[in-house]
Structures are given as structure tokens and as C-alpha cells.
Write a new protein. Structure first.
Length: 504
């Protein structure tokens, strides 16, 4: 086993890895930028080292600096978490060159799966089903028009090196193809330094379902079941659950076997995720492979009883998988909410600032993967993910009930969060019945916006009534405090605050 692991990340995932190291008896070393000097992962690690200024390019993406810290502190392995350098083949290669174990796949596997066009080419060879389209970069507008006419509109333009919706355009007509292609190429170049774009048939409002795989360095590979990731905003996942209501045992087996085939075709080891799009007829198509630990890995851990970070570390240390496919059993249901520092009522604008108060939910079936604390200032320099709130139950209904109970217990003061969004989702009948797809959240938000517009003066009247009620309660409280004859018992300040909060 490793002598020491350097955690090359920040926030809740760095805390998650540090905890796993402590459970395995491995000392951990954290890195931090100037903006994160007082961050939770820095406080929790056994050691912590500065790697530069707040800018990610000068700190968390600084390969030479991170390797320098690893050598100086005696770390013989690096866990990259997710994001930053986790899918950077050059970083994995640099670790190998420095004699430091990268806790993840090989650089060659990363390079193969990092380019969506190359991945499509390799998956085609392996017999993995994928959406009809090009397996190579588009060379011209004319070529794009010819292929689009052949497979039929609508089509989707995608950045070969992309993710998170960058360099992606939905095109409904031939007239819109040229400007859309130019815009996608320009955005891809800015976001990834690679303007390569390919084209595929657009599957409108599909389900986005991914399959977790694990593979050791001895040729053993298994799948751990699927995750439903269809609730997205601008192609970014918001809420995930396992298992998916859409996927039965037979479909799970077929998707799992395809995912394992994809992993073996790329000579993959460690934890990885194969993502699929599923159409209305339950046909599934390879989308991409994420060569790292996923943000949503806790829901898989809860329904399988396995610790994926422990397994990542053990695989990297050369151990074989301690189980076979037939040993994997899915039990219960888990749902995860990504808690962000953002204003859901202001187009989800980031909300950095000092966390004045933080009350965390607890109770049966509740897990909180947290990366913040009261008194800490959320910086504006990085992704605004604060924590992940996960509920587990014997079935989906119990998981929903537990999550609905836990959300009001979660209180953050000083900044805005998207906690209210999840309360709206859980109360929605379409979500409760499992009638979701990748367009679900946009439809829900549009319905609510339209509803707010229609309410008009009713909202103003309700707000006025709330104000008068609050003012009246304050006058009553004041009279009670002076002992005016006939006044009732004094109102608790806690109750007044709660009522005011509820009304406003």
C-alpha cells in the first residue's frame, strides 16, 4: 500500500478522498491555492502545501508544481479527484515519469477516450452501439450538409474534446447548419484549445443513463449498475439517482456488458463511467466514457455497499478486484442533489461570499459529502459546488421522502444556494412518477416562470399581506413587551423569525 497520497484537488471531493485515506491508514497531503488557504480539505489533511495563486492555471492545473510538492512531501501516489487534472493524459504520463502512481487509468486510455471522435472509432471496432453520425472531425460545411441530409434532421454538433455542453449545437434545418458549425468550432477552440467538431443524429429528449465500471490491472472488469442522470440544466447534471426506473434487470445486464466491453477495448483500469443516451424505445447508444471518479459516485456506493474510493486506491496499489460480476447486488434506491452556491431565482448566477451560518441535515438514510463550513468564504474562482446531499431508502419512494425531509433541515446563510430548486423537483408529479428526460428540468423551470407571469397582481397582493402580517406581529410583540393591559402572551422571537422567513 502507498506510503502517502497527495490529493490534487479541492472542495468536497478532496475531503472525500482524505477520509478514505484515513480509513485505510494512509497519510494524506493536500494542495491549496491562495484562495483556499482556509478551506476544509486543507484543515482535514495530514499535511497541506501551497501551489500558487487563485487562478486554477497557476495552482490546481499546474502540473510541475503539483509534482514538485508530491516529491517534496514524499507522496508515492496522487489522487486527482474529478475535474482539474483528473482526465489530463499529460498529467498521468508526467506522474508515471516521476515514479508517482496516478490513481486512475493509463495515459493511453485517457487519450483514447478523451477524444470523442477517436472513442467512437474504437467503439465501432468493438461493436459498441453509438448514435449514427461521423466518427471523425468534420472537414467542411459541405460535408456536414451531406451527412446531415443522409441521417436526417435534427442533428447535434459536438466538440470532440468537449464536455458540459461546450461546443454543442442542436441544428434543425440545413440553413442553420453553417452558422451553428462555425459557432461550435469557435466555442470548442476557446474552451478546450481544440476546434474539432463532429456531427451525430439528435435524439430529442432522451434519457441520460450511465454505467459505473471497475477494472483492475490484471484484466478483471465488472459493472456496478446504472445511474439515472437525465435531470440536467444546460447539459450539466443536477440530480442523479440509482438505479434508474427505466432499466430492468435484462437491460441492465446488456448495458453493463457493453460498458465492460468498452472498458476492455481501451485497455482500461481503475474506476470509469460509460455514458449512454436512451431513446423512447429503450435503445441505448454509447455517448462517451469518463475516465475518472464521477461526482455522483455516492449513489452507486449506497446501492452496492461498495466504497469506490477505497477500491480506486487498492486497484492503483496493484490489488485484484475482490469480487466478480455475480457478487454485485443492487439494493434499495439512492438520490443525490448537487448543492451549489448559486442564485436559482437569478438565472443560477454564482453566489460567492462568506457562509455566516451552516446547519446540516442528518437522520436515517442521509449522507452529506460536504466541502465547506460556517465562517468560510466561498471563492468566485472555481466551480460553485458546495456539497452533495444524498438520501438512501429501501425503495425510491422512501428515498424521496427522506430527501424531502432533509432539504428543509439544510440551512445556509450569507450566500444563495439552489436548495429550493430540489424542493420543487421533489414535489413535482412527473419526477415522482419517474417521467423524466434530459429536457425535464428546462420544462419545469419554464412552467414555473410562465406561472409566475400569469399570477401577476396576485403575487403583489400576497406580498403586501405578508408585510402587513409581519408588521402586525411586531406591533403585538412590542405591546406585549410593555405590559399593555389585555395583551396576550409574548410571542417567541424564534417563532417570529420563523414566520417572517416563511412569509417572505
Amino acid at each position: 500500500m502507498f506510503r502517502k497520497i497527495l490529493v490534487a484537488n479541492r472542495g468536497e471531493i478532496a475531503v472525500r478522498v482524505i477520509r478514505a485515506c484515513r480509513e485505510l491508514g494512509i497519510p494524506s497531503a493536500a494542495v491549496y491555492s491562495d484562495a483556499d488557504r482556509a478551506a476544509l480539505h486543507v484543515l482535514m489533511a495530514d499535511e497541506a502545501y501551497s501551489v500558487g495563486t487563485a487562478a486554477a492555471a497557476e495552482s490546481y492545473l499546474n502540473i510541475s508544481k503539483i509534482l514538485e510538492v508530491a516529491k517534496c512531501c514524499g507522496a508515492d501516489a496522487i489522487h486527482p479527484g474529478y475535474g482539474f487534472l483528473s482526465e489530463n493524459a499529460k498529467f498521468a504520463q508526467a506522474c508515471a515519469g516521476a515514479g508517482i502512481k496516478f490513481i486512475g487509468p493509463s495515459a493511453a486510455s485517457m487519450e483514447m477516450m478523451g477524444s470523442k471522435t477517436r472513442a467512437r472509432q474504437e467503439m465501432e471496432k468493438a461493436g459498441v452501439p453509438f448514435v449514427p453520425g461521423t466518427s471523425r472531425a468534420l472537414e467542411s460545411v459541405q460535408q456536414a450538409k451531406e451527412i446531415a441530409a443522409k441521417i436526417g434532421y435534427p442533428v447535434m454538433l459536438k466538440a470532440a474534446a468537449g464536455g458540459g455542453g461546450k461546443g454543442m449545437r442542436l441544428v434543425h434545418t440545413a440553413e442553420a447548419l453553417q452558422p451553428s458549425l462555425e459557432a461550435a468550432q469557435s466555442e470548442a477552440q476557446r474552451a478546450f484549445g481544440d476546434g474539432e467538431v463532429y456531427l451525430e443524429k439528435a435524439i430529442l429528449n432522451p434519457r441520460h443513463i450511465e454505467m459505473q465500471v471497475l477494472a483492475d490491472e490484471h484484466g478483471n472488469a465488472v459493472y456496478l449498475g446504472e445511474r439515472e442522470c437525465s435531470i440536467q440544466r444546460r447539459h450539466q447534471k443536477v440530480l442523479e439517482e440509482a438505479p434508474s426506473l427505466l432499466v430492468g434487470p435484462e437491460m441492465r445486464r446488456r448495458m453493463g456488458e457493453v460498458a465492460v466491453r468498452a472498458a476492455k477495448a481501451s485497455d482500461y483500469w481503475n474506476a470509469g463511467t460509460v455514458e449512454f443516451l436512451v431513446d423512447a424505445e429503450k435503445n441505448f447508444y454509447f455517448l462517451e466514457m469518463n475516465t475518472r471518479l464521477q461526482v455522483e459516485h455516492p449513489v452507486t456506493e449506497l446501492v452496492t455497499g461498495l466504497d469506490l474510493v477505497h477500491l480506486q486506491i487498492r486497484i492503483a496499489a496493484g490489488e485484484e478486484l475482490p469480487f466478480r460480476q455475480e457478487d454485485i447486488v443492487i439494493r434499495g434506491h439512492a438520490i443525490e442533489c448537487r448543492i451549489y452556491a448559486e442564485d436559482a431565482d437569478n438565472n443560477f448566477f454564482p453566489s460567492p461570499g462568506k457562509i455566516e451560518t451552516l446547519l446540516s441535515p442528518a437522520g436515517p438514510g442521509i449522507r452529506l459529502d460536504n466541502g465547506v463550513y460556517a465562517g468560510w468564504t466561498v471563492p468566485i474562482d472555481y466551480d460553485p459546488l458546495l456539497a452533495k446531499l444524498i438520501a438512501y431508502g429501501q425503495d425510491r419512494q422512501q428515498a424521496i421522502s427522506r430527501l424531502a425531509r432533509a432539504l428543509p433541515e439544510y440551512f445556509v446563510a450569507g450566500i444563495k444556494t439552489n436548495l429550493g430548486l430540489f424542493r420543487r423537483i421533489l414535489a413535482d408529479k412527473s419526477f415522482q412518477s419517474g417521467e423524466i428526460d434530459t429536457g425535464y428540468l428546462e420544462r419545469l423551470l419554464k412552467i414555473e416562470t410562465d406561472g409566475e407571469d400569469r399570477k401577476g397582481t396576485a403575487d403583489v397582493a400576497a406580498m403586501a399581506a405578508a408585510v402587513f402580517t409581519v408588521l402586525e406581529s411586531r406591533v403585538t410583540a412590542s405591546n406585549n413587551g410593555t405590559g399593555v393591559a389585555g395583551a396576550g402572551p409574548a410571542t417567541s422571537s424564534w417563532k417570529r423569525a420563523a414566520r417572517t422567513e416563511g412569509l417572505m
